[in-house]
Design a protein around this ligand. Structure first.
Ligand SMILES: *Cc1c(COP(=O)(O)O)cnc(C)c1O
Length: 379
């Protein structure tokens, strides 16, 4: 059996080790050091947002954004239901209440119609949501124009969860730059990785200064350790930031490779009855972090997502169902949701295919062959 083909493994471009070696040779083995500020500058330039805090994870970035927006126990926070738990768990850290909103069919992200209905309904109940956590899933931009119109009308700040969407654009502008805060993740499976890490972005310098302060145990300016408030240990290490600097040099290439994966899968599989690929919505450019397909058993003669997943697993190929919506998660069973059935259906039919920027053509051909085999397509 060949070696396992992973969904989205790390891909080192080569220069990462030079920045890491530099950290070793200068003994900056610490959560401070020159790689950190350089990596923050790289991200700021790339996203077009002037101020950046490099952090230990994307989840930490969302948590700090909620704190900076003043989210307190009992407050309500709007969030896409169709996402990874890292988007919304920080709402719980603040003992606030998530209000989950379902997706629209095109981008699979938050449905603007449902969003406005939810806001109106919360206002009727006497509670104005404190923030919206807006996710761009799998690299595909949400319907930003409609959403921004609603959030500016109701004056609700946006935390833009671009953890999966580094490099994607909406009307030519990079994601992560539209919200009051932008968030990236550099977890091992993302389009770039620092072996674990994240970033918080804002055009407001004092907010990012404050994020860095809170991420460093809220240490006041004094010769001894003085604390007037509770902080966190959320900073990124200078070693990890060195990996990040090297990864940033390769990001354009990684996006090209990931988009090519999507194109090759689509070319080979989209004419199979019952297999559907999400298109790139108008004005959008997706980094195609993961290639996703929908498999409708009513059109494939009964073969469903799980049949395909298990057949590939038997060939040592990792695939995964789409994110299970948060409103279907046992841990969020008490949470309020404004649902329309879209994310539940996507979860039932959807599968993420191996999408690494280092996926070889020969491996992808094998995956394509295996999918055709289960779906009994001869070619
Ligand atoms: C990965 C991810 C996060 C969390 O990032 P971590 O760095 O793993 O904490 C948040 N939201 C989404 C949509 C993600 O995919």
């Amino acid at each position: 059996m060949h070696k396992r083909i992973y969904l989205s493994p790390p891909h080192m471009g080569g220069q990462e080790i030079d920045f890491v070696n530099e950290a070793f040779s200068t003994n900056w083995i610490s959560p401070v050091g020159p790689n950190i500020s350089a990596f923050e500058n790289d991200l700021a330039d790339y996203a077009g947002v002037p101020f950046v805090a490099a952090l230990s994870s994307g989840t930490a970035a969302i948590h700090l954004a909620l704190i900076l927006l003043g989210v307190e126990p009992g407050d309500e926070v709007l969030c896409s239901s169709f996402t990874f738990a890292g988007s919304c768990n920080p709402i719980m850290y603040q003992q606030a209440k998530p209000i989950f909103i379902d997706s629209e069919e095109e981008s699979w992200n938050i449905d603007p119609v449902l969003l406005e209905r939810a806001i109106e309904d919360r206002l009727c109940k006497g509670k104005k949501p404190k923030a919206l956590i807006l996710v761009h899933l799998y690299g595909t931009p949400a319907k930003l124009e409609e959403i921004l119109e609603i959030t500016s009308k109701y004056k609700i700040p946006i935390i833009e969860d671009a953890a999966e969407a580094l490099g994607s654009t909406y009307k030519g502008r990079r994601l992560g730059s539209f919200g009051d805060f932008g968030v990236f993740s550099f977890n091992g499976n993302k389009i770039i990785t620092t072996s674990g890490g994240g970033a918080l972005l804002s055009s407001n310098k004092s907010l990012i200064d404050r994020a860095k302060f809170l991420a460093t145990q809220a240490r006041d300016n004094a010769p001894h350790y003085e604390h007037t408030q509770i902080g966190y240990n959320y900073r990124l290490s200078n070693i990890s930031a060195g990996i990040g600097r090297g990864q940033m040099l390769n990001l354009p290439k990684f996006i090209t490779f990931r988009r090519r994966n999507y194109d090759r899968y689509k070319e080979a599989l989209s004419n199979i009855v019952g297999v559907m690929f999400p298109d790139e919505p108008e004005h959008c450019f997706s980094n195609r972090w993961l290639t996703t397909i929908l498999i409708d058993p009513e059109l494939t003669g009964g073969i469903d997502r799980e049949d395909v997943r298990m057949a590939l697993e038997a060939k040592n190929i990792e695939t995964r169902p789409l994110w299970k919506p948060m409103h279907m998660q046992p841990v969020y069973k008490e949470a309020l949701v404004y649902a329309n059935g879209t994310s539940e259906r996507l979860f039932e039919l959807g599968l993420c295919l191996p999408s690494g920027s280092n996926l070889k053509d020969s491996e992808q051909n094998e995956i394509i062959h295996a999918i055709k085999e289960v779906l009994r397509v001869t070619s």
